[in-house]
Design a protein around this ligand. Structure first.
Ligand SMILES: [Zn+2]
Length: 59
């Protein structure tokens, strides 16, 4: 089972799915980033970021 966390930002009125960049550098946490308002899960002053975990069962 793989859990994929999908991130959304609702700054534009409706939840917009964010792309999670692949991990680039080990030192930097890979965080989704909203291109519209610049929010990330750890920097979300307007509380527009939300997420949903989607479980996929591949075998
Ligand atoms: Zn946003």
């Amino acid at each position: 089972m793989t859990v994929t966390r999908k991130w959304f930002c609702s700054c534009s009125g409706s939840p917009r799915e964010l792309n999670t960049e692949k991990q680039v550098e080990e030192e930097e946490a890979a965080e989704p980033f909203c291109p519209q308002c610049g929010a990330t899960p750890s920097s979300d002053p307007r509380k527009t970021i939300s997420y949903r975990d989607a479980e996929t069962w591949d075998d």
